[in-house]
Design a protein around this ligand. Sequence first.
Ligand code: 5GP
Ligand code: MG
Length: 178
Amino acid sequence: MKTVQVNDKKFSLYISENEIKEQVKKVAAGMNEELAGKKPLFLVVLNGAFMFAADLLREIDIPCEVSFVRVSSYEGTTTTGKVKQLIGLNENIEGRTLVIVEDIIDSGITMREMLRMLKEKNPADVRVASLFVKPGNLQVELDIHYRCFDIANDFIVGYGLDYDQEGRNLPDIYKILE
Ligand code: 5GP
Ligand code: MG
């Protein structure tokens, strides 16, 4: 069993680079078919989705645009606590077809907030593409149009995803060893 040490934790190989590539190609093929003629704007959510986006977009062969956003949480001054903010969106997205490119959907709360913030700007259509989904942890109802892997609730690292900011450079996906 191949293992890696990331910071203070040990992880074992879970999904190989080749398996990821294969799934990414399939998802891209679906997008090429369904989004042809719509000139989609891909919104890549940094930091985690950078590697997924780089591989995905090389498989997209229809006219499209790419932009990068960040979701930041900060402690609000009200009793509602954590507030999410969308940073980096400079395009006018009114009437556009958007594809949010995300690394992983866990509780789904980040994505729900992002959808809410984007829909306020009146896009024609917003689609969600996530490399990973943890269906067992989903707390909100979400339409996830494109996904590469449904996974169990284990913590994973690699291929853009970090553990304490480390491990994003690993080409494969590893899961935590208890
Ligand atoms: P959600 O709002 O869906 O609960 O949170 C999604 C975010 O949690 C992801 O964008 C990611 O930053 C983080 N996350 C959730 N599960 C994992 C995981 O297994 N590994 C890593 N590295 N991040 C995760
Ligand atoms: Mg993310």
